[in-house]
Design a protein around this ligand. Structure first.
Ligand SMILES: [Zn+2]
Ligand SMILES: [Zn+2]
Length: 133
């Protein structure tokens, strides 16, 4: 598997925990039961100044819109809004997982250390849980 990446460009990775009842109720109202169980949201933009953005729910291809959570480090307020998906695709055919007109690089142009760490340990995990028969 080869992924084109530009060395030295990393995702922001800022994260926020939201699990209060009002927030969960709002999510349930907006997207029904398909919201993720995790209450931790993580910014996937390239490192940046200003507001963070985390994708809360991506209903998939036909819709081409996703629900994004937006927040700033110095303010407690959040905003949730539906935004069209970024239409860009890499030469290898990978779609971008950000929203339209996002700042920074497309998904394949930035490195996500958390994702890479998982990729690195995946073979070991596979070995660990392999059926012994
Ligand atoms: Zn961010
Ligand atoms: Zn993009």
């Amino acid at each position: 598997m080869s992924r084109q990446q530009t060395l030295g460009r990393y995702v922001c990775g800022a994260s926020i925990e939201r699990d209060e009842d009002a927030f969960r109720a709002l999510l349930r109202f907006m997207i029904g039961d398909s919201f993720q169980r995790s209450s931790r949201y993580r910014c996937t933009l390239e490192q940046h100044d200003g507001e963070h953005h985390a994708c809360v729910y991506d209903p998939g291809k036909p819709q081409r819109v996703s629900l994004w959570l937006r927040w700033a480090n110095d303010r407690p307020e959040l905003s949730l809004r539906w935004v069209r998906d970024c239409p860009a695709a890499s030469e290898a055919g990978d779609g971008c997982c950000q929203y339209i007109d996002h700042q920074g690089g497309h998904t394949w142009e930035v490195t996500d250390p958390e994702h890479d760490m998982f990729q690195a340990i995946a073979p070991a995990l596979e070995e660990l849980f392999r059926d012994p028969s």
